[in-house]
Design a protein around this ligand. Structure first.
Ligand code: UDP
Ligand code: MG
Length: 316
């Protein structure tokens, strides 16, 4: 029997894309590879025709499997669900909007055959993205690299192939705030980049508005680094040192000239507001960690599956 490859496609309000996405994936998987395959579409609570269209496909084609969530749980939850349901020897994670070309999958499979357990798409160029998104993404990946001990490859999205071994590790991770590209890097194994040009979105709009992007970025930072906490200590120490310096300066000035240095309101206000700011930011950082601990401690599921189609048997 031919080994099975699972292709995981999260979908959120992608009615304009279902058809072309299915066609291109099917074309590649049936014509350009020698493996058996399954296309796992995860409907992440879309309220448009995405699910209806997916079901039509599932009726016609046994390769199509659909898992539908009870509401929107987010991109990372949808991909995690795909990983949990996938049966393949290798899993390919790809966005629905064809920004990541499905035609690269055969190359990924070749690299996998050569013994690499993770093949991650590395974006050489991104078309059709705003200047703002490109710059913020660039800064974010550099900042993340500096903050974390795990080496998370820069300019890499979720478009990747992972071996079953890696999938099993990811499945066993209990964490809720998922930053999958980081988690995959964290697992280790043999990882290799595949450089490509990221296309513009085929149709529809990005599902990552600024707010979600910020949340996602914070997930990356706070789930992979405790450095912000250490940073707080350093800033605190620095503030103490500066205030000690000012104290000594004032004392010396007073003792040598006899004039006390009550010089004004401005400097006082600057110091007070600065320290107030530092304290609030510090509490905020603590809050981020505590909030995440709270999330984890509740132990709620990552997602709730409403219905599945063409999925015969559920593992675990
Ligand atoms: N997506 C999802 N749930 C969400 C947001 C996005 O399943 O809450 C899917 C979306 O349908 C797409 C992929 O995640 O297949 C990436 O989203 P998008 O293309 O909007 O992100 P961008 O490429 O703009 O970063
Ligand atoms: Mg996209």
């Amino acid at each position: 029997m031919k080994p099975l490859i699972s292709v995981i496609v999260p979908m959120y309000f992608e009615e304009k894309i279902v058809e072309i996405c299915y066609t291109r994936l099917t074309q590649v998987m049936s014509k350009e590879t020698t493996y058996d395959y399954e296309l796992l579409f995860i409907n992440d609570g879309s309220k448009d025709a995405t699910l209806t269209l997916l079901l039509e496909k599932a009726k016609q084609d046994r390769h199509v499997k659909v898992i539908s969530f009870s509401r929107n749980f987010g991109h990372q939850a949808a991909v995690s669900c795909g990983i949990a349901y996938a049966k393949g020897e290798a899993l390919v994670i790809i966005d629905a909007d064809l920004q990541d070309p499905p035609e690269l999958i055969p190359q990924m499979l070749n690299l996998w055959k050569q013994g690499n357990e993770v093949v991650y798409g590395k974006r050489k160029r991104r078309k059709g993205e705003t200047w703002f998104k490109l710059t913020t993404a660039k800064i974010f990946y550099r900042l993340l690299g500096w903050l974390t001990e795990v080496e998370i490859p820069v300019d890499t999205g979720d478009f990747r192939l992972i071996d079953r071994k890696v999938a099993e590790v990811i499945k066993a991770l209990p964490e809720h705030n998922r930053f999958l590209r980081g988690l995959v890097a964290w697992t280790g194994f043999r990882q290799i980049p595949l450089v490509y040009e990221r296309e513009a979105r085929f149709a529809g709009e990005t599902k990552y508005p600024l707010k979600k992007m910020i949340h996602f970025a914070l997930d990356g930072i706070f789930s992979f680094s405790a450095k912000p906490l250490k940073l707080i200590i350093n800033i605190g120490l620095l503030a103490v040192l500066v205030s000690l310096g000012v104290l000594i300066y004032s004392l010396v000035a007073y003792l040598s000239t006899g004039i006390s240095t009550v010089r004004g309101w401005t400097s006082l206000m600057v110091v007070i507001t600065f320290l107030g700011g530092v304290q609030l930011v510090s509490i905020g950082i603590l809050g981020e960690y505590i909030g995440r601990m709270y999330d984890e401690s509740k132990g709620r599921p990552l997602y709730i599956v409403d219905k599945t189609y063409n999925i015969e048997r559920q593992d675990e």
